[in-house]
Design a protein around this ligand. Structure first.
Ligand code: PMP
Length: 424
């Protein structure tokens, strides 16, 4: 098995992990699953040979791979784990629901309790519909917008990710061009390009969809400029188009209520949530305004598991714990400590990096590293030392990251910065 540390002078291998079982399993998986692991969970997306391929268990801020290596995980399952893995109250709710039955012919009673809880929580939303993945509800929101306005055009920021359905999926292999022709793009934080995009599509715009911050992979995270948001809001309103906020990734990490648009003063018609709402149980939400209720009701929208009761029971427990345990504040302070620590460690090691984004969703990129050579080397060395820092995707904090976790992760980061500096 390759070790990240082998590539760098002065590195001791004493605490470097071994990934034999992970990569034997990966080779087996390649025989039965295209690519072994498809999509962004593959170690090919991060650092092949250095990141674990399969995880056996997790608790709090830590995951344990199939070779028995433990990692402090700053990916939180790519977002859903907002309270930490295997959170006691959430797991109890899951077990309690499973004992009563997790999936029925008709919706579980917990469906109504969750819907009422959500609508009472957010005074900007009047109803909620459920899905499993983020893509279920981003796509549903586009259908509601198109049905409601009778227009087809969707405006999105270039490079933004809104899910894997045909209208949105990057790459577009296997998608008829017609599915993509009814969308147009503007440039993030460029009010002029928003105006130009609306001008070009005058009379045709069904909706503009926006994430609360720019969090494209391999890109510095950018917060929205007030002028940019004002242009989006005003032009959508003036055009009679809907404003859809895609809060799948940011939800519950940028605002204590869970709804990130409140941090930026946006007034959306529809908001999509996923990931964090279930703390790992599969659930997504579309929250909408009264004026869209009839259209939402009129659409054919269904899925075998959309009414599964267990994720809804989990979501109720997530909301209680999120509020009751001060999860938002805990994440903020862990994230601030990580940011200060990482920046100080990089300075001491002489590494030129950019650490951008909100404290709870940071992103680390090395200067002058277009192919992510240094970024991957850093992430590989950190994984080998028991910390998961992703080289190309934003990281996620959870309320289970303790000051001790952060101190340990920063110490590892400093060692890894030094290795990268020595190796370049
Ligand atoms: N929108 C955003 C902003 C996302 O980050 C994601 C998933 N990373 C999605 C939509 C799609 O969610 P899912 O993968 O659960 O379908």
């Amino acid at each position: 098995m390759r070790h990240a540390g082998d590539r760098y002078a002065g590195c001791t291998l004493s605490h470097v992990t071994v990934l034999t079982e992970s990569y034997e399993m990966f080779a087996r998986a390649e025989r039965v699953i295209p690519g072994g692991i498809f999509g962004t969970r593959s170690p090919r997306f991060s650092s092949f040979g250095d990141f674990p391929a399969f995880i056996r268990s997790a608790r709090g801020s830590r995951i344990t791979d199939v070779d028995g290596n433990e990692y402090i995980d700053f990916m939180c399952g790519f977002g859903p784990i907002v309270l930490g893995y295997n959170h006691l109250a959430v797991q109890e709710a899951v077990r309690g629901q499973e004992e009563r039955g997790g999936s029925f012919t008709f919706p579980g009673d917990v469906t109504l309790e969750l819907a009422e809880t959500l609508v009472a929580r957010w005074d900007w939303g009047d109803w909620v519909m459920f899905g499993k993945n983020g893509s279920d509800v981003t796509t549903l929101s586009t259908r509601i917008a198109r049905a409601h306005t009778g227009r087809m055009k969707l405006l999105v920021a270039a490079g933004a990710y809104h899910g894997f359905d045909p209208w949105s999926v990057p790459g577009g292999q296997g998608v008829p061009p017609a599915h993509r022709s009814e969308r147009d793009e503007f440039t993030w934080n460029d009010a002029g390009s928003v105006h130009a995009c609306f001008d070009r599509n005058e009379g045709d715009v069904a909706a503009v969809m926006l994430c609360p911050i720019r969090h494209d992979a391999m890109h510095d995270i950018e917060l929205p400029a007030a002028e940019f948001l004002a242009a989006v809001q005003q032009r959508a309103e003036a055009a009679g188009a809907l404003l859809i906020v895609d809060d799948i990734r940011c939800g519950f990490r940028l605002h204590p209520s869970g709804a990130s648009h409140l941090r930026f003063g946006l007034r959306p018609d529809l908001v999509c949530f996923g990931k964090a709402i279930g703390n790992g149980q599969p659930l997504s939400l579309l929250v909408g305004k009264e004026a869209l209720r009839a259209t939402a009701q009129s659409l054919y929208y269904t899925g075998t598991h959309f009414f599964a009761a267990t994720p809804m029971a989990a979501a109720l427990a997530v909301l209680r714990a999120y509020d009751g345990e001060g999860a938002y504040e805990a994440m903020q302070s862990a994230g601030a400590m990580l940011r200060d620590g990482i920046l100080a460690a990089a300075r001491r090691a002489g590494a030129c990096v950019r650490f951008t984004g909100p404290a709870t969703m940071p992103n680390l990129l090395f200067d002058d590293d277009p192919k992510l050579k240094r970024g991957r080397a850093f992430a590989a060395a950190a994984a080998q030392r028991g910390v998961i820092f992703h080289p190309r995707h934003n990281w996620f904090l959870s309320s289970a990251h303790t000051p001790e976790d952060i101190a340990q992760a920063v110490a590892v980061a400093e060692e890894c910065f030094r290795l990268v500096v020595a190796g370049t």
